[in-house]
Write a protein that binds this ligand. Structure first.
Ligand SMILES: Cc1ncc(COP(=O)(O)O)c(C=O)c1O
Length: 374
């Protein structure tokens, strides 16, 4: 199997641990092991006694119960745990797609959603574009239906979306599931940013609405615990989960025991962690909005209603790739240009989930002034 480079990871590989001002991160502010354990009175002692043997491939039984409880209609048997979300995407796409299959991916999207399809001979992926409507992004369900072919096997969506932040409403979730049901399609729903609704209704998990949907969740993003590397797929479609678990036998086999312990503590206090991170994002939005209001001539700001990222437009007459390169080289401010998402347009991704966003924003502003963009 020949995979194309993962552009985002290659870019991050260069700058993520060297650039001091990370203004594009999609994970929320992390915390120390001590801070997390402080949420639960006996947890510290229990953690010291955590057995360091192999764990169950499907995931720790109590962890699976806690994950199932996030959903309306799921039990622990509907949960398969993974070493992060990336492993789950790779495993799912590998077992679901083969030669001659067609899939549809929401676009732009996290690269792994469609890259396995690109690596399989004669496997085709069509793009369901998120449309730029000036101040916000929109999806057209008629466009989706028009993309469906006789050999379409699955649709892959990411909501809240990376990089645009576009998030399906609960009505749209039902509409999407109805389309999949009508055409008997599998639905892969990457919901790693779920739980960060900043306004409007709390979103349902897609798998609660459609049996052939697999919902992807993780501790990395909305909970801000990327270092745990604990993710999950939840689905009523056990036939698919059984196939994916056999693929997992060739990947991580099982999760790390200390990580599963810490993930359980975090999920027991999940709402508290989510509210902490929503609060950080809300405060950052206020600062970022003021920043964009000062420079309407060079940026077109997109609204952010859910999740930690937004995808804004650069109005300058220079490639956004060069602009982002200059920002990181001159001032250590990291942004992600649309080239990373295989797009020629002039967008860049901004992340709102870190506590130091105001500091990074100030550096970004210094960059604009010093380089005479404003
Ligand atoms: C939409 C989306 N899905 C999955 C992942 C992978 O998550 P993890 O790092 O937990 O494996 C990411 C990471 O950036 C992401 O943005």
């Amino acid at each position: 199997m020949q995979m194309n480079d993962f552009k985002l990871e290659c870019y991050f590989g260069k700058y993520e641990f060297t650039a001091p001002y990370l203004l594009t991160q999609s994970d929320c502010e992390a915390m120390s092991t001590g801070e997390l354990l402080a949420l639960e009175p006996e947890a510290q002692e229990e953690f010291m006694n955590q057995w360091l043997g192999y764990t169950e491939t499907w995931g720790d039984p109590e962890l699976r119960k806690l994950i199932a409880k996030l959903y309306q209609n799921m039990t622990d048997e509907d949960v398969l745990a993974f070493h992060g979300a990336q492993e789950a995407i790779f495993g799912y796409m590998n077992v679901m797609l083969g030669e001659g299959d067609h899939m549809i991916a929401m676009y732009p999207n996290y690269q792994s959603a469609y890259e396995v399809a690109n690596s399989i001979p004669n496997c085709e992926c069509s793009k369901w574009y998120i449309r730029d409507k000036g101040t916000h992004w929109e999806m057209d369900f008629d466009e989706l239906e028009a993309l469906i072919k006789p050999n379409t096997k699955l649709i892959a969506i990411t909501s809240p979306n990376n990089p645009t932040g576009y998030t399906f409403t609960n009505d749209e979730i039902k509409r999407l599931c109805a389309i999949c049901k009508k055409h008997d399609l599998y639905l892969f729903s990457d919901e790693v940013y779920k739980g960060l609704e900043l306004e409007g209704e709390k979103r349902d998990w897609m798998a609660d609405h459609y049996d052939k949907c697999a919902s992807l969740g993780v501790m990395s993003k909305a909970y801000g615990l990327a270092g745990l590397r604990v993710g999950w797929l939840v689905s009523k479609d056990h036939e698919t989960l059984e196939k994916v678990v056999k693929f997992k036998h060739y990947m991580s086999i099982c999760n790390s025991a200390p990580s599963e312990f810490l993930a359980k503590v975090a999920l027991k206090h999940g709402e508290k962690l989510l509210e902490r991170n929503r609060q950080i994002i809300r405060e950052n939005i206020k600062q970022v909005d003021k920043f964009f209001d000062r420079y309407p001539q060079i940026f077109e700001k997109k609204a952010i209603t859910c999740g930690p990222v937004a995808y804004h437009k650069l109005l300058l007459d220079m490639p956004v790739k060069d602009f982002c390169q200059m920002a990181v080289e001159k001032k250590g401010v990291l942004l992600l240009p649309s080239e990373i998402y295989d797009m020629e347009d002039q967008y860049f991704r901004m992340g709102y989930g870190r506590k130091n966003v105001p500091e990074s924003l100030a550096k970004f502003e210094e960059f604009l002034i010093e380089e005479k963009f404003v």
